[in-house]
Design a protein around this ligand. Structure first.
Ligand SMILES: Cc1cc2nc3c(=O)[nH]c(=O)nc-3n(C[C@H](O)[C@H](O)[C@H](O)COP(=O)(O)OP(=O)(O)OC[C@H]3O[C@@H](n4cnc5c(N)ncnc54)[C@H](O)[C@@H]3O)c2cc1C
Length: 460
C-alpha cells in the first residue's frame, strides 16, 4: 500500500506528463497514481491532426506518444473511457463515471492534478450537429473527418474560423483535393497577428487558391434531404459545402473546477501559482489548456491553448507532486503555424495588446529574405517589430514569409524573455552563411529599423 495517492484528471499532454514525471521521481510503493481519461487515447498529439488529414503523416496511432498500456506498464493505474464528474474538495475525492458500464464511484486523493484541457467553441447554430460538420479537437474527430471526406458527395470544403487551426485545416483540405473557402469573422485571417500582417496571410492564401471571406458571421448550417450539410449560411450569403470544418477557437474546460469552487480567472481558466498549484489549495495542481498563464510582457494572465505549455506544465507539476521542485514563470506568447509553404509566427504583444495594457510603442516593418538574395531559393519574408517608446524594450515580433521564416521568431522570444532592447538585439551574434540568411538576418534588420523608430519618436 503506497503512502500517498495522486489522482490525475485528463490523460493527455499536461496530465500524463505530470503523472510520468511524478512516477520517475517516486516509485509505486511511495506514490500510487490513478489517472482518468474520458476518451480512448492518452498522450496524443492533436497538433498532428491537420497533417494526418492532409496525408503528410499517418494516424491515429503515429500521433500517440504513449498508449494506455504503456502508461500502465509504468505503474500508472489508468482508466480510459472514464469521466470525472465531480470533485469533492473538502472530502479529498473525485467521482468517476465508467462510460461503458455506467457505474460511478468515488476515489480518494492526497494530491490532485486537473488537466482537463480545452473545449472547442461550438456555436449553438441551426444545423451545427449535421453529418459533414466536424471539429478537429481529438483523434476521434480526425478519424470522423477522414471518414466524412470519403463519403462527401462533392469536393467543396468550408472551414469556419481563420486562426491557426483554421488555416492549417484549409491547407489539409486543399491537399485532399477540395475547393476550400475559409469563413472568417475578423477583418483578416490570423487574428493573433496585427491586421497588416494578417493581410499578408490573406493574400498568400488567395495565391494558394484558398478563398477567404473576412467579416463573415455564420448564421446557419443548411442541410439536404438526407440531413447532410449542403451549405454554410452567413449574414452576407451562403457558401455551398460538402464538408465543414470548425476551427473557431477553444475555451478552458473548467466546468468541473467551477462546480468544485476552485478559483477561475477572467478568461475562465484555473488560477495557479508559479508551481502550478491551484491558488489557495495546497493539494491541487492544474496545468495545460485548462489554466490561465502569466503573460510576462503584458503582466497579466491570458488563456493560451498550446501543447508546448501543457507539456511544460505537466513536467513542473510532476516534479512538485513527486517531491522535487519546478516552476513555470509564464509565457511571452510565441506561436508558429503554416499554410502550405507560407510560415506564420508571432511572439509578444500585438499593437492592440500593447494599447490594452497602457504601453506606448513604435513599430518597424521590413522586407527581407530567408537566404542571401543571390542564393538559389531565396524567398521574401516580412518582419514586424514593436518596441517600447523611450526605453526601446522589445515588445513583440510577427513574421510572415517562406523558407525558415517561422522559427526565426525564437530569437525574438529569447530577447523578450531576457527583456532586451531592440538596440541590444542589433548586436546579437546570429549565425550567417548565404544558404541560411542574408548577412544581416531579417530579425536584425527589423531591430535596426526599430532602433531608428524609437529615436525618431523622441522622449516628449
Ligand atoms: C488541430 C489542433 C492543432 C494543434 N496544433 C498545435 C501546435 O501546432 N502547437 C501547439 O503548441 N499546440 C497545438 N495544439 C494545441 C494542443 O494540442 C493543446 O494545447 C494540448 O493538447 C493541451 O494539452 P492538455 O493536456 O492541456 O489538454 P487536452 O489535450 O485537451 O487533454 C485534456 C484531456 O482531458 C480529458 N478530459 C477532460 N475532461 C475530463 C474529465 N472530466 N474526466 C476525464 N477526462 C477528461 C480529455 O478527454 C482530454 O483527453 C493544437 C490543437 C489542435 C486541436
Amino acid at each position: 500500500m503506497a503512502a500517498e495517492r495522486l489522482v490525475v484528471v485528463g490523460g493527455d499532454a499536461a496530465g500524463m506528463s505530470a503523472a510520468s514525471q511524478a512516477r520517475r521521481l517516486k516509485g509505486p510503493e511511495e506514490l500510487s497514481i490513478v489517472a482518468f481519461e474520458r476518451g480512448d487515447f492518452t498522450s496524443y498529439s492533436a497538433c498532428g491532426i491537420p497533417y494526418w488529414v492532409s496525408g503528410d503523416v499517418e494516424g491515429p496511432d503515429a500521433l500517440v506518444a504513449r498508449t494506455p498500456e504503456e502508461h500502465r506498464s509504468r505503474s500508472i493505474e489508468l482508466h480510459t473511457r472514464t469521466e470525472v464528474t465531480e470533485i469533492d474538495v473538502a472530502g479529498h475525492r473525485v467521482r468517476a463515471l465508467d462510460r461503458d458500464s455506467g457505474e460511478s464511484r468515488w476515489t480518494g486523493y492526497d494530491k490532485l492534478v486537473i488537466a482537463t484541457g480545452a473545449r472547442p467553441v461550438r456555436p449553438d447554430l441551426p444545423g451545427i450537429d449535421a453529418p459533414g460538420v466536424h471539429g478537429v479537437q481529438t483523434l476521434d474527430d480526425g478519424r470522423a473527418l477522414l471518414d466524412s471526406l470519403d463519403r462527401a458527395p462533392g469536393r467543396r470544403a468550408v472551414v469556419v474560423g481563420a486562426g491557426y487551426i483554421g488555416v492549417e485545416m484549409a491547407e489539409a483540405m486543399l491537399r485532399r483535393g477540395f475547393e476550400v473557402t475559409v469563413l472568417n469573422r475578423g477583418a483578416q485571417p490570423m487574428a493573433t497577428l496585427d491586421p497588416d500582417m494578417g493581410r499578408l496571410v490573406h493574400e498568400a492564401m488567395d495565391g494558394l487558391g484558398i478563398t477567404t471571406v473576412n467579416g463573415a458571421a455564420v448564421t446557419r448550417i443548411d442541410t439536404g434531404p438526407d440531413g447532410r450539410v449542403t451549405a454554410v449560411a452567413t449574414d452576407g450569403g451562403a457558401y455551398p459545402a460538402d464538408v465543414v470544418v470548425l476551427g473557431i477557437g477553444v475555451e478552458p474546460e473548467t466546468a468541473l473546477a467551477r462546480e468544485a469552487g476552485l478559483p477561475l480567472g477572467p478568461h475562465g481558466g484555473l488560477l495557479t501559482d508559479l508551481s502550478m498549484r491551484v491558488t489557495g489549495h495546497d493539494d491541487i495542481w492544474a496545468g495545460g489548456d485548462c489554466v490561465e498563464v502569466l503573460d510576462l510582457v503584458a503582466g497579466r494572465t491570458r488563456h493560451i491553448a498550446l501543447g508546448t505549455h501543457a507539456n511544460k506544465h505537466g513536467q513542473v507539476i510532476g516534479a512538485n507532486v513527486g517531491g522535487g521542485y519546478g516552476t513555470f514563470p509564464g509565457v511571452v506568447g510565441t506561436a508558429v503555424s503554416k499554410v502550405c509553404d507560407l510560415e506564420i509566427a508571432r511572439t509578444g504583444l500585438r499593437e492592440k495588446d500593447a494599447k490594452a495594457v497602457g504601453l506606448r510603442y513604435v513599430t518597424a516593418t521590413i522586407e527581407s529574405t530567408g537566404r542571401a538574395g543571390y542564393y538559389p531559393g531565396a524567398k521574401p519574408m516580412t518582419v514586424k517589430m514593436l518596441a517600447e517608446y523611450r526605453t526601446g524594450r522589445l515588445l513583440g515580433v510577427q513574421i510572415v514569409g517562406r523558407d525558415g521564416a517561422a522559427k526565426r521568431v525564437d530569437v525574438a522570444a529569447v530577447a523578450l524573455t531576457a527583456g532586451m532592447t531592440v538596440e541590444a538585439m542589433t548586436a546579437l551574434d546570429l549565425g550567417y552563411a548565404p544558404p541560411f540568411s542574408p548577412v544581416w538576418d531579417p530579425v536584425l534588420v527589423a531591430a535596426r529599423k526599430a532602433v531608428s523608430a524609437v529615436r525618431a519618436a523622441g522622449t516628449d
